[in-house]
Unconditional design. Structure first.
Length: 469
């Protein structure tokens, strides 16, 4: 494993049992010399005969390979570059092996956008991994993944790839995340300095305010105009969160909780026409006004008509009824995507906010969250204490128990599909921890690429099928 980057090595690679298992599977296999041509090649320094070699080197298959050599194309390029060159909808099957283990989430996301363009809806994709799950990359929450590992790992000759997975390519487009700020969101150097100064000095200059909404207005009102430009390098988990937004169907609905200036909308500026309704929910009217103004300067009138700027608390007793007014008064429609972008840690009753969001999900909905994290899993180190104390001055709560509450209390793994990614990014040469959680209801992608809810109740599934027909 010398030379393998740390991000390609799963936690199981650090256990003695993992290596014992590899050695046992390889060298205690009574048929080792008969079928494991991978290691026999090294032992004998080559393939000595056709009794133990790849099928393509056996006479009957090698002749067929030569006869059909004209079917092959060779591309000296990345997968993404190649997929962007070929004609759209060229492929029905894709085999990706393990190269995605070596790539950051953003690069994987861009590659799959290109793969979707180049393949037909419902194309079959097969890949392997050094990990037993794909939860370290938020993008994979877009896919209905079948875990083939129990079936295929016993047949793996190398024994270094515990994970084997497959999926159908969804018909609905993946989110296309454009990280660049819109022109109206940029700020001059002077504006950035002023905004940063007000942010740093706020704990010293703010008076005592009890109401949460008033606290938010007092904190953000003076920063509103330069907010997006200054916070862009601080809230670095947002693009990662948006990569797990989910395939965007025609008529998609989105609730952005604590969305304020509407920064997240600009990530998906190229796909706003697909949405039926977008609701930006915040308790700070100053930020909502900036967001509405920026939207009018960046989007078309038709796109702006799809957006509603609502000053309301996610924990309000009548939140479902109030938001239904923006969904054609349909209390049962719900939202296909609900996002918390560095807002959950600023909501006093954050547990209630999560359950409120859960109640607002559509039948195939998802909740995506990006926020600050603790340095350690348990959150009890000295570094955790320091970052917790620093951010608490601005009303930001950083607790390790948040992740556990999300994945165990609100969105348990036996009922929801989850990915939780933790990472650190430098800010002023200091590593700051962040996390991204994507929690969605179960769906099934058909061989035609159509996504539908997965039901435990077969009667309900039949009824939905009858409605569709």
């Amino acid at each position: 494993f010398a030379g393998v980057p740390p991000n390609q090595i799963g936690p199981e690679f650090y256990t003695v049992e993992f290596y014992e298992g590899i050695l046992r599977e390889i060298f205690m296999d009574p048929e080792f010399g008969a079928h494991n041509y991978f290691y026999r090649f090294y032992y004998e320094k080559g393939y000595k005969d056709q009794s133990c070699c790849p099928r393509t080197l056996k006479k009957e298959f090698f002749e067929a390979l030569k006869d059909n050599a004209g079917c092959f194309e060779w591309h000296h390029a990345t997968v993404q570059e190649t997929m962007e060159r070929v004609k759209p909808h060229s492929f029905t099957k894709l085999v990706l092996l393990d190269h995605m283990d070596w790539m950051p989430n953003a690069m994987v996301h861009e590659e799959w956008v290109a793969l979707q363009r180049a393949s037909v809806p419902g194309a079959q994709i097969l890949w392997r991994s050094a990990f037993t799950h794909m939860g370290d990359k938020p993008f994979f929450n877009n896919l209905d993944i079948t875990d083939l590992s129990p079936q295929w790992y016993p047949k793996d000759r190398v024994k270094m790839y515990p994970g084997t997975f497959s999926s159908y390519m969804p018909k609905d487009p993946f989110p296309f995340v454009d990280e660049a700020l819109s022109p109206c969101q940029r700020a001059s150097f002077v504006r950035k300095v002023k905004t940063t100064t007000k942010m740093i000095l706020h704990p010293l200059t703010a008076g005592k305010i009890s109401a949460h909404g008033d606290k938010m207005s007092a904190f953000y009102a003076a920063q509103a105009k330069g907010y997006d430009a200054v916070r862009e390098n601080m809230l670095v988990g947002r693009p990662e969160m948006m990569s797990g937004f989910g395939p965007i169907k025609q008529g998609h609905t989105w609730l952005d909780v604590g969305g304020g200036t509407g920064r997240n909308l600009h990530y998906l500026r190229a796909q706003l026409d697909l949405f039926q309704r977008i609701v930006v929910l915040d308790i700070c009217p100053e930020l909502l006004e900036i967001g509405k103004e920026n939207a009018s300067r960046s989007f078309t009138p038709e796109q702006c008509e799809k957006i509603r700027w609502v000053c309301l608390d996610i924990n309000s007793k009548n939140v479902k009824e109030e938001l239904a007014k923006h969904l054609s008064n349909d209390n049962n429609r719900g939202f296909d995507t609900i996002s918390f972008s560095y807002s959950l840690s600023m909501i006093p009753k954050w547990e209630e906010a999560l359950f409120s969001a859960k109640s607002l999900m559509s039948e195939d909905g998802r909740v995506i969250i990006s926020d600050f994290d603790s340095y350690t899993e348990s959150g009890d180190s000295i570094k955790d204490f320091l970052i917790r104390s620093w951010y608490a001055q601005d009303g930001v709560r950083i607790e390790a128990k948040t992740r556990k509450f999300i994945t165990e209390q609100v969105f348990p793994e036996d009922k929801f599909t989850l990915t939780v990614a933790r990472f650190q990014k430098k800010l002023a040469k200091v590593s700051i921890p962040h996390y991204v959680a994507c929690c969605r209801k179960g769906t099934i992608t058909t061989p035609q690429g159509i996504r539908r809810p997965s039901y435990n109740d077969l009667n309900k599934a039949v009824q939905e099928e009858k409605k569709a027909n």
